[in-house]
Design a protein around this ligand. Structure first.
Ligand code: 3PY
Ligand code: MG
Length: 259
């Protein structure tokens, strides 16, 4: 690793202090640079449900890296081209949605890691700049300098979580509690802290721990961060960009009203 780039893997060794990142649903490099300078440690671009295209993401990742914060990409789907593009653009971590089986987790790792651990295709010219590394050095360091997370957010994923967590090369599990709770309630609602969701999340955290993986989750509020943190989750989406704006405005207006 170089002084130029945030060492996410080294930071995640400290599981007692949760690593929190903002979650971007909107596009724009200025906004990404701004979020990267908040007192939140990283920024994730949501390229599944956020309105962010790849050309936008390239500039957003550069703005986040310029602030020496890690750029995390939640990709659109578990597809080799999308994993490679995110890492080639200089992301520190990729989060892949809806990983439902050992086979899908193996495919994800194959896309994200260079041989011998995987089959990532070479060509990360922008990543070389971001990491400040020559090609030979980047090839040596990339598998450990970048992390890959499998999202656990369906009943199938929950059923296969022990097998998924044991896939060599996977760095972490990341719970999508909205989809997971929709699945567990058969569509009745989004309950990120219902008894059923928390019970499932206990199993997921245990599978991560058993395999030496980072346990991550989308949280979204201080209360949920605290709940998940107490269950062993140490890599969490703290808040969505739109919520940060909303909360800031609401707090300003409340302060004025109370003055
Ligand atoms: C989920 O909760 O389902 C996610 O994908 C994160 O927002
Ligand atoms: Mg989801």
């Amino acid at each position: 690793m170089t002084a130029q780039h945030f060492d996410l893997r080294a930071r995640l060794v400290d599981k007692a202090t949760p690593f929190l990142f903002s979650w971007m649903s909107m596009s724009g490099a200025q906004l990404a640079g701004q979020l990267a300078r908040l007192p939140i440690e990283g920024v994730c671009l949501d390229m599944q449900h956020g309105m962010i295209g790849f050309a936008d993401a390239v500039n957003m990742i550069a703005a986040i890296n310029a602030a020496k914060r890690p750029a995390i990409i939640r990709i659109l789907w578990n597809e080799p081209g999308l994993v490679g593009q995110a890492l080639d653009a200089g992301a520190s971590a990729v989060i892949a949605p809806m990983i439902n089986s050992k086979k899908e987790a193996e495919e994800l790792v194959r896309s994200a890691k260079y041989p011998p651990g995987g089959g990532r295709s070479w060509g990360g010219y922008t990543a070389l700049q971001a990491f400040g590394l020559a090609p030979a050095e980047y090839l040596k360091q990339a598998n450990s300098a970048t992390l890959v997370f499998a999202m656990i957010e369906t009943q199938a994923a929950l059923d296969a979580v022990d097998e998924i967590a044991a896939v060599p090369g996977l760095d972490g599990l990341f719970v999508g509690p909205s989809d997971l709770s929709i699945a567990l309630s058969n569509g009745a609602g989004i309950e990120k802290t219902s008894a059923a969701t928390l019970e499932a999340m206990k199993r997921i955290a245990a599978a991560a721990k058993k395999n030496g993986l980072v346990a991550g989750a989308f949280a979204g509020t201080a209360e949920i961060i605290q709940t998940y943190s107490s269950m062993g989750y140490s890599f969490m989406a703290a808040a969505v960009d739109a919520d940060l704006l909303q909360w800031g405005a609401a707090s300003l207006m409340k302060a004025l009203k109370d003055a």
